[in-house]
Design a protein around this ligand. Structure first.
Ligand SMILES: Nc1ncnc2c1ncn2[C@@H]1O[C@H](COP(=O)(O)OP(=O)(O)OP(=O)(O)O)[C@@H](O)[C@H]1O
Ligand SMILES: [Mg+2]
Length: 253
């Protein structure tokens, strides 16, 4: 299983939307995927249309990283009623907020990694994280092979990306930074173009093609369906961008 953590120090930049777009791309490709919802807001769990009630959730799994607890926390996404196991969710819950401390010790930070080792029957794990660099995001970094940093193209976000990448690079045996994904990009804004070029100056090829601001993103989320199922031109174009990002993380066979 290849695992990708999607993170940012800033809120509302599109982490969950990128996780959902990548889950949609993986489903389109037929790659079995586990989405791990670390955000106490549990938006990914809701966006993936999880309705099944489970005895456990990601917080109880991190507190007791045993196979039985982990398996009992996994629920199927409503996107794939007819294909059990193709897209599953380690469900989020507000209980995980208690684990999002800046002072979590190394043992606690490794519990998610231990739990995911027991859930390795998917090709891909996508880890959605809360907007902070505290215990939950740091747990995701320890569990992940690769990290995608999401950002908007604004001055404060460039500083946040810089801080995030520096922290990642300072980790011993940390995950590979697979890319910096600018989201909700408005090509007509000179300020946004300037900030995008600033990111390219700092991080070169790591800066991926920006995802534009398009109504098909909230539309697919509102309808509770994968982006790849929308037939509009803009949805197809975004879907192709997510396919390309997925190729970087999970090269096609
Ligand atoms: N490319 C896009 N075009 C249009 N709207 C978008 C795009 N990406 C995200 N959005 C919208 O922006 C809002 C915030 O996105 P999202 O919830 O994915 O951000 P987030 O980083 O996960 O937020 P949080 O930090 O609260 O977890 C959502 O309403 C989402 O539908
Ligand atoms: Mg989110």
């Amino acid at each position: 299983m290849i695992s990708l953590a999607v993170c940012s120090a800033k809120g509302g930049v599109g982490k969950t939307s990128v996780v959902l777009g990548l889950a949609s791309a993986a489903l389109h490709r037929g790659a079995s995927t586990l989405v791990v919802d670390l955000d106490p807001q549990a938006d990914a769990t809701s966006g993936l249309d999880v309705t099944a009630q489970r005895a456990h959730d990601v917080a109880s799994v991190m507190q007791a990283p045993k196979r039985r607890v982990a398996e009992e926390a996994v629920a199927p996404s409503g996107w794939v009623d007819d294909h059990p196991g193709l897209l599953d969710v380690l469900s989020g819950s507000d209980a995980s907020a208690g684990l999002d401390t800046p002072s979590a010790d190394e043992e606690a930070l490794k519990s998610l990694r231990r739990a995911l080792k027991k859930l390795d029957d998917h090709a891909l794990a996508l880890l959605d994280t809360p907007p902070s660099l505290n215990g939950l995001t740091r747990s995701a970094w320890r569990a992940a092979d690769a990290v995608l940093v999401v950002s908007d193209a604004s001055r404060f976000s460039v500083a946040a990306v810089d801080r995030t990448v520096r922290e990642l690079r300072a980790l011993r045996q940390g995950p590979r930074v697979v890319g910096i994904q600018v989201n909700r990009f408005n090509q007509r804004s000179g300020e946004q173009r300037f900030r995008y070029e600033e990111l390219q100056g700092l991080f070169g090829d790591l800066v991926l093609e920006p995802l534009p601001d398009r109504a098909s993103v909230p539309q697919s989320q509102g309808a509770g369906v994968p982006l790849h199922s929308l037939r509009t031109r803009t949805a197809r174009s975004l879907a192709a961008q997510f396919d390309a990002v997925l190729d970087r993380v999970l090269p096609p066979a």
